[in-house]
Design a protein around this ligand. Structure first.
Ligand SMILES: CC(C)(COP(=O)(O)OP(=O)(O)OC[C@H]1O[C@@H](n2cnc3c(N)ncnc32)[C@H](O)[C@@H]1OP(=O)(O)O)[C@@H](O)C(=O)NCCC(=O)NCCS
Length: 154
């Protein structure tokens, strides 16, 4: 899939597939602040079926998302992980654009059509706006607070 560029005044943001090394610092800053950097790495980051996408300002990732194969209720599915936008870039449409680009990228290369995630409660509206649906009650993840499971079918 071709990279996508989004103009922001004089700046241009480029959305493209990313290497995990390019997004770990952003994940750490936004999702694992105060914890060791290793906490921003996920078990299946290096799997060939895992797909990382990020929005870049120059060489710096300012928004990122990862899809890894992980079944939902025994059905093949992609789990969305590490969805994060740099604090200075939130509410400017990048999260939505990165998630959409990542979804198209995995749909292009796989027959899997089901997506799920553990959504942080403050981010529920972000996912709802993109067609995701709550599928669980609230539960707590000690390092990251209250969550609900959500799914989306393409
Ligand atoms: C959740 C997150 C990834 C959203 O990224 P973003 O780049 O700010 O999202 P977008 O600008 O593309 O938002 C698209 C739409 O989603 C909704 N939305 C996004 N953030 C929202 C919020 N905090 N509260 C309510 N609605 C929100 C809005 O409808 C928004 O459109 P609008 O700004 O025109 O109203 C970002 O806020 C973030 O990194 N938060 C901290 C980490 C986190 O919670 N990650 C998710 C883990 S499950």
């Amino acid at each position: 899939m071709l990279p996508m560029s989004i103009p922001f005044g004089v700046q241009t943001i480029l959305i493209r597939a990313a290497k995990v090394e390019e997004i770990v610092p952003l994940r750490h800053r936004i999702l694992r602040a105060g914890l060791p950097m290793e906490e921003a790495r996920f078990e299946f980051d290096e799997a060939p079926t895992t797909c990382h996408v990020a929005a870049f300002k120059g060489f710096q990732a300012v928004c990122c998302a990862t899809f890894q194969l992980n079944a939902w209720e025994n059905e093949p599915a992609f789990q969305l992980r590490g969805m994060a936008t740099d604090a200075d870039w939130q509410r400017r449409g990048l999260g939505q654009a990165v998630l959409q680009y990542a979804t198209e990228l995995v749909l292009e290369g796989s027959p899997v059509r089901l997506f799920w995630c553990n959504a942080r409660v403050p981010a529920l509206e972000f996912y709802r706006r993109q067609g995701w649906v709550e599928r669980s009650e609230e539960f707590n993840i000690p390092t990251a607070g209250p969550h609900r499971k959500m799914t989306r079918r393409a």
